[in-house]
Design a protein around this ligand. Structure first.
Ligand code: BGC
Length: 890
């Protein structure tokens, strides 16, 4: 309800087309627009009452073409994913768009500043031939990268030039001696059997009148590098481009690959993802992509007109250089062997800056940990060579970064130089360039470090796809890891388009048939299919993404394969128990040898079947498919009944008397109301038996604290969370971790490194606990009934001896924040609710009268409605604004 009658100071910001800022290759013919309302700091209860959109087409010189398309004034509070009726975008066209909004306080934003977007090719048929070198990349090979060169001329400098680029492999574009973009790992990592991505760049400034050169460096990337278990997506890397030049007269010329494209081997002598890269700077020539030309052995490239794999514009921001780290320490371990310590387990590479005699070979080896004797710990890299070699040209100060590989490391060993200085190496942190959304901080330094470690786990493993780990011969889009971490990930970063894009790869890998299902890894490298808790990512991630973003397409696009997955599981569950080939179970549960993780696989598979049925039913409802929803729900009831019959004894005991079994039953709501308290007692007992420690693997762990909090056992949840001894989250923190370890005991003081080769020190999976920091400690939680944080909960649950905690989330509507502190026995809770949203607040207080806001009773605060006291909590609904609550000491 409005609290002020004066016209509000309303403006809009954060204009996004298809969720992207200044997009260059939108392929949606009816693009969706989003914006944010900004109201004055002291305003409360602001809601959008209407909006109007305007789109203007521009010509090549940036002048408007024809009349803009303007919508009616639409009475609506929608400010996300809105289309403009009567507007259909044309391919390869530049547009400006604006929005104007009105609010319930009489505010009128006026037209916003224009935001720009450009459309892409808008076809899945790539319009040009491809070029390669005609050679086969053998399994295990790390070949030389290929350099391509195309000379073209244009009488006048074009007023507009756009480079559309695609590759089977990874490509770096150059024009006239300059890199055309700083983006890395282009055009990304799809399932190459089904599609390939393309990217588009504005290269107008790089093109001159007369002769020009387009140069491309093509590396193996995820396409022809040999991945885990010898898998290669393909072995003939090739690339293509469409360079569209438009003159002042509006006429366009297309430069595409033809017989004149030349190819040579340049200074990159070896490259592949796990191998690393070798660069011989003596062979480099700045003129290779200039008109002057280099004297490399240029030959005609091999034209490949035959490739008909569909192309698709990227949805996710690409990988970029995001930040830089300086070494914090350096040691000369033996003469000429230097170990640099970056103080943080990070992912990316190093920039080398060196002056040395020509021919000096510098070798950089990367590792996450050191052995007790100070040498690199490389056992956990398994077969990944993870090494960069640079051969010095001798030409002054030389600077070099690899291109087609990356490393997971904290330590770098340098050999080949007699002495080094600190500025030899700079750590370059690479990841998909997703905007940061969440922040968290509290009074417990170890929890802050755990939060930090999780965030770095996400940075390191959000490199084009959500990977399990960044260092060993794996680095794959493991679906189980991805699904358990997805909620945390979406709090931390704006990962909506990232997941939407990755889900294309997940669906591409779906294997139909009785033993099929979603792949364990996406893009799919032909491991297993249909594993419980892994394959379910195909249902869980669309749901979680939609809850955080409100982008309905992520549900629409996945609906059919979700139902295929449900149907497959149904055939495996004739009596309600899902009996499918055994897979990972509660992976890496402490105390069990690798892969052997009770509870029984069938129990886990049945529990997850129920979980996905529940989500699939909700998804069907959202999409208006009530028939499908009803079928899913009916099946869910059968599966629940089977679970209860098969696994839960009369006294509430589950046959495998382990935490994860109880957590799955309670967390996925598989129990009757009568069983709930009985199972609770068993869960509490299995925790007590472990001396208030967790005893869970990948699937049980994310459920532990949420289930305990739901059962009213928040104190116990805090106790387990803050255990510093094994097994628990803070064990690695106490032992110096700067990222999340793969195992609860990846390293112990008694045994040192875990003897299993599979032992990553940067595996985000157990970082899934951070969702609890946001949604329970600070209490910020999106409400699926109004997705995209249109409505959300603020229900902080202080405890664990913390004296304060604070979290904020840059929601699609603006900042949502909740912070609390305990002072003189009073609980102070400050909250922020963005304009055009509402929050359901729940504060720990015995009675309404115990709570004040800004020194006033709740009843006197306009933007608060429906306060109630119940069971130790005071709840009410809150309109937008900033509020300061105080809960009196009892
Ligand atoms: C990966 C995972 C993955 C698991 C499957 C491992 O090699 O690193 O984290 O989920 O295999 O069991």
């Amino acid at each position: 309800m409005p609290v002020s009658s004066a016209a509000s100071q309303l403006s809009v910001s954060r204009l996004r087309c298809e969720g992207q800022e200044a997009a260059t290759a939108i392929d949606a013919p009816e693009p969706q627009f989003s914006w944010r309302l900004d109201s004055a700091d002291d305003e409360r209860g602001v809601r959008q009452t209407a909006y109007q959109l305007r789109v203007t087409q521009l010509n090549a010189t940036g002048q408007p073409v024809g009349d803009p398309v303007i919508s009616e004034r639409v009475a609506s509070d929608l400010n996300r994913w809105v289309t403009l009726p009567d507007f259909t975008a044309k391919p390869r066209t530049h547009y400006l768009w604006q929005v104007r909004v009105w609010d319930n306080l009489g505010g009128d934003s006026g037209w916003s500043d224009p935001a720009s977007f450009e459309t892409g090719l808008m076809t899945s048929v790539w319009p040009a031939s491809w070029v390669g070198d005609g050679r086969i990349v053998g399994r295990g090979d790390a070949p030389a990268a290929r350099y391509f060169r195309t000379v073209f001329s244009t009488a006048e400098k074009p007023v507009r030039a756009r480079l559309y680029l695609s590759a089977f492999g990874l490509v770096e574009p150059w024009i006239n001696g300059q890199r055309a973009t700083d983006d890395c790992f282009l055009p990304g990592w799809p399932d190459y059997r089904e599609r390939v991505f393309y990217v588009a760049y504005d290269v107008t400034d790089l093109i001159t009148a007369g002769e020009n050169v387009l140069g491309l460096i093509l590396g193996e990337g995820w396409y022809s590098s040999t991945l885990m278990r010898g898998f290669q997506f393909g072995n003939e890397p090739h690339v293509s481009f469409l360079l569209e030049l438009t003159g002042a007269d509006g006429e366009s010329t297309a430069i595409v690959p033809d017989e004149d494209v030349q190819i040579a081997t340049g200074p990159i002598l070896a490259n592949s993802i796990y191998y690393g890269e070798t660069f011989d700077a003596r062979l480099d020539d700045v003129n290779w992509s200039r008109v002057a030309g280099s004297d490399w052995n240029w030959e005609p490239a091999v034209l490949r007109p035959d490739n008909r794999i569909p192309v698709m514009s990227r949805l996710s921001p690409p990988v970029r250089r995001i930040e830089e780290l300086k070494p914090v320490a350096r040691e000369e371990r033996e003469p000429g062997v230097f170990v640099f310590d970056f103080g943080q387990n990070m992912v990316g590479w190093t920039r080398l800056q060196v002056r040395a005699p020509a021919g000096t070979k510098i070798t950089l080896r990367f590792a996450e940990m050191l052995e007790p004797d100070g040498t690199l710990h490389t056992d956990n890299l398994r077969t990944a060579r993870a090494t960069a070699d640079y051969i010095v040209s001798g030409d002054g100060i030389e600077t070099w970064e690899p291109r087609f590989t990356f490393f997971g490391f904290r330590y770098v060993e340098v050999t080949g130089l007699p002495n080094v200085s600190d500025d030899l190496l700079t750590g370059v942190v690479l990841h998909s360039d997703l905007a940061r959304r969440g922040e968290f901080e509290c009074s417990a330094p170890l929890l802050n470090q755990l939060y930090h470690n999780t965030l770095w786990g996400q940075k390191g493993n959000f490199l084009e796809v959500p990977t399990d780990c960044p260092q060993r011969d794996e680095r794959l889009g493991w679906t189980g890891d991805a699904q358990i971490f997805s909620n945390t990930a979406l709090y931390n970063m704006d990962a909506g388009n990232f997941y939407r894009q990755w889900l294309y790869g997940l669906r591409d890998g779906y294997r139909p048939g009785a033993n099929g299902g979603y792949p364990d890894v996406a893009p799919d490298i032909r491991l297993r299919y249909g594993s419980a808790g892994w394959g379910d990512a195909g249902v869980i991630i669309p749901w979680v993404t939609w809850v955080h973003t409100g982008d309905l397409r992520v549900l629409e696009e996945n609906f059919a394969s979700i139902q295929e997955w449900i149907a497959l599981q149904e055939t495996q569950a004739f009596d309600g128990i899902r009996r499918s080939p055994e897979s990972y179970g509660d992976w890496l549960s402490p105390g069990f040898p690798r892969g052997k993780a009770p509870p029984p696989y069938e129990l886990i598979a049945t529990a997850y079947f129920a979980r996905t049925l529940d989500l699939a039913a909700r998804i069907a409802e959202v999409l208006g498919r009530d028939d499908v929803a009803a079928r899913n729900r009916a099946l869910l009831e059968r599966v629940k009944a089977a679970f209860q019959r098969e696994y839960i004894a009369l006294d509430g005991r589950i046959t495998t008397d382990m935490q994860t079994a109880y957590l799955l039953a309670l967390g996925f709501d598989l129990v009757t109301e009568e069983q709930r308290p009985l199972l609770k007692q068993h869960l509490l007992r299995t925790i007590a038996q472990k001396d208030d420690h967790l005893s869970t693997g990948f699937l049980g762990t994310p459920l532990l604290l949420p289930v305990l909090a739901d059962l009213g056992e928040t104190d116990l949840a805090y106790t387990i969370l803050q255990q510093e001894s094994y097994p628990g989250w803070l064990f690695s923190v106490k032992n110096g971790a700067t990222t999340i370890w793969e195992r609860w005991n990846s390293w112990t003081p008694e045994e040192g490194f875990n003897r299993e080769g599979m032992n990553s020190f940067n595996h985000y999976a157990y970082g899934s606990v951070v969702e609890w920091f946001y949604d329970t400690i600070a209490g910020l939680r999106p409400d699926p009934s109004a997705p995209g944080w249109k409505r959300f909960a603020i229900a902080p649950r202080p405890g664990g001896g913390l004296t304060h905690a604070a979290a904020s989330v840059e929601t699609p509507h603006g900042k949502a924040a909740s912070s609390w502190r305990i002072a003189d026995g009073e609980l102070h809770v400050d909250v922020e609710v963005p304009a055009n949203t509402e929050a359901d607040v729940s504060l720990p207080a015995p009675a309404i009268a115990a709570v004040t806001e800004g020194g006033r009773a709740l009843a006197q605060v306009g933007a608060i409605s429906g306060p109630r006291a119940d069971g130790g909590f005071v709840t009410f609904t809150l309109g937008s604004g900033r509020y300061q609550f105080v809960i009196a000491a009892n």
